[in-house]
Design a protein around this ligand. Structure first.
Ligand SMILES: [Zn+2]
Ligand SMILES: [Zn+2]
Length: 243
């Protein structure tokens, strides 16, 4: 990704948002100053899903918005997009879901023409620039989580959150020299809550009485399948389960 689209998107990345609230430089002997990534992280804790999944989803949404509104005519972006044979299939469908038909048609014309000439490689989309950018975003927020893990404000936000999905929790633990007991207990408590809801769901489903079945419409049971999959494998980046 190059040019104005890259510049616009990178303004959204945590690494570019390093201005402190006070504007003063931080020192090793002091608690780290709170930057915008910290506030974005604590805000994402209120989304009722893994905060790191939420932040990835936000980054994807911001990228696709900038692509639709200004990126399709960016020469640098178009050259890289063509060179990489588009995004990966997953992100192509996320692009498609934006429903900007003209942007889809314009950006993919060259790929169709090259396919007609027999130029499409079998690993089309394997160099997906969106995958790379979202990985970068995820690493930045994992770093932010690690840096502020002992901050009281972040801890409170995490204790009020739905917890991390297992893939992000594993990545976070891999970065930490020692996982704090409170975080481990928090994560286990969220898993216990999901397991209890699963058992409740199965028990209710064993009865065909209409009043029992209506209990499945309770909010925490209605969204349970999304939570189960999200907790185990990460939340769908395009799915807002935060309400
Ligand atoms: Zn996650
Ligand atoms: Zn991708």
């Amino acid at each position: 990704m190059t040019g104005t689209l890259k510049a616009a998107f990178h303004r959204l990345l945590p690494s570019r948002l390093l201005r402190t609230r006070s504007g003063s430089p931080s020192h090793a002997s002091e608690p780290p100053a709170k930057h915008l990534p910290f506030f974005k992280l604590t805000e994402a804790c209120g989304s009722q899903q893994c905060p790191l999944c939420r932040l990835r989803a936000n980054a994807l949404e911001a990228y696709l918005e900038s692509l639709v509104y200004q990126g399709v005519n960016d020469r640098g972006f178009r050259a890289e997009f063509d060179r990489n044979y588009g995004f990966c299939a997953y992100h192509e469908h996320a692009f498609l879901a934006k429903q900007d038909r003209l942007a889809i048609v314009i950006t993919h014309r060259e790929l169709i023409a090259r396919a007609l000439e027999g130029g499409t490689p079998p690993d089309a989309g394997s160099q997906c620039s969106l995958c790379r950018l979202l990985e970068e975003t995820e690493q930045q927020y994992l770093k932010t989580t690690e840096a502020y893990l002992h901050d009281a404000e972040l801890r409170q936000a995490l204790e009020d959150s739905a917890g991390f999905c297992l893939p992000h929790y594993r990545k976070l633990c891999a970065r930490l020299r020692q996982t704090p007991n409170w975080l481990d207990e928090l994560q286990r408590s969220r898993l216990r809550t999901v397991l209890e809801a699963v058992d409740e769901y199965i028990e209710i489903s064993n009865y065909s009485l209409s009043d029992n079945l209506s209990r499945l419409s309770k909010p925490h049971l209605r969204r349970l399948p999304d939570v189960v999959i999200g907790m185990l494998f990460g939340y769908n980046p395009d799915q807002d389960t935060g309400t």
